[in-house]
Design a protein around this ligand. Structure first.
Ligand code: ZN
Length: 343
């Protein structure tokens, strides 16, 4: 059976935060909020286990946003006086915090939820962190004056937290780098180097997730401008293949990514996106198995992990649960097909 995993985020329950939003407001505060986050984490651990996933995540229940959850524990950032910035090459405008002094970690960032996750499932657990380049594309620099320098500074902090997560018992630490698909030359040049700083010294599995974004309108419109063939991965995959990173998570189903680009990841484990996060339509097991079948032309079966294209955070809970079930049903079907083909 192929391993099955989610990219990272899952929908927050209505009692925890506003639903179907990327920047939801919490519904509680203080100790009550801390408990609610863990309650929601437990709910999704169980839902992932029930769906049959082999790698379990915390669904990012404890962070408001995939980048800013980490930044909340970083000193040197002015979170009060936010400024408007075009991010992902001006795909959207966002009010972002400013880096105003040397960056430093105030302490642990994700200890509570990582230990909670480890304590509540015997299966492999994966934990996600934002990648250095994507963080740099989501904050305004008023101090370093050099994007690469700032990225390496963030990478050092990420590495400290990642080493602690490994000690917490996390099996896979994944860095989310959607910015790699926007600044392809820089990603191949220094983005992967920053990632190597972030994973330095880790003995657990390390992963990078590179996608075309959540299924929100700005991304749907952007994808329409990318043409018939999305070749963004072509620049960065060779640099990743030469890196120490163990796993690469990519978008596949319903994308225009030429599947043969996966061949550029020779030697790596590949998390193939078999679930579309931009549509509420539930994939059939046949569709999922077909996508896996296509990927198997370029990825050895032992290195293929069936995954979602991206996080499921902005979706409804019912749709997300149905998509998890479809992911596993499709992976089972693909396993049966492979066994028949080999027999
Ligand atoms: Zn993503």
């Amino acid at each position: 059976m192929f391993d099955t995993a989610i990219a990272g985020s899952l929908p927050k329950p209505a009692w925890l935060a506003e639903t179907q939003k990327l920047w939801p407001q919490w519904k509680a505060e203080g100790a009550e909020l801390a408990q609610a986050k863990l309650d929601a984490t437990l709910l999704w651990i169980k839902a992932q286990e029930d769906a049959g996933l082999s790698v379990i995540g915390d669904g990012e229940m404890s962070r408001q946003h995939f980048v800013h959850g980490f930044l909340e524990q970083v000193d040197g950032i002015d979170r009060v006086n936010k400024v408007e910035m075009g991010i992902r090459n001006d795909r959207y405008k966002a009010m972002v915090p400013q880096v105003v002094a040397p960056l430093a970690l105030r302490g642990r960032v994700h200890e509570a939820e990582a230990r909670f996750l480890r304590a509540h499932t015997p299966r492999h657990v994966k934990f996600t962190l934002p990648g250095p380049m994507t963080i740099c594309d989501t904050v305004a620099d008023r101090f370093y004056g050099d994007r690469v320098k700032m990225a390496y500074a963030f990478a050092e902090l990420l590495n400290r937290e990642a080493r602690e997560l490994e000690a917490d018992g996390v099996d896979v630490i994944q860095f989310d780098e959607p910015a790699f698909n926007v600044y392809m030359d820089e990603a191949a040049d220094w983005g992967v180097k920053a990632l190597e700083i972030a994973i330095a010294g880790l003995r657990c599995k390390t992963a990078v997730h590179i996608c075309y974004g959540y299924g929100i309108e700005a991304n749907v419109q952007w994808k329409k401008t990318l043409g018939e063939e999305w070749r963004q991965y072509e620049r960065v995959f060779p640099a990743l293949a030469a890196s120490r990173i163990d796993q690469v998570s990519l978008e596949c189903f319903h994308s225009h990514v030429p599947p043969d680009l996966m061949a550029l990841l020779a030697g790596k484990e590949v998390m193939v996106g078999v679930i579309d996060v931009a549509s509420d339509e539930i994939e059939t097991p046949e569709q999922v198995a077909d996508t896996i079948g296509t990927a198997l032309r370029f990825v050895p079966a032992g290195k293929l992990i069936a995954c979602t294209n991206c996080g499921l955070a902005p979706m409804s809970r019912a749709v997300a649960e149905a998509k998890l079930a479809a992911l596993v049903a499709g992976a089972r079907l693909a396993t049966e097909r492979l066994a028949r083909a080999e027999a």
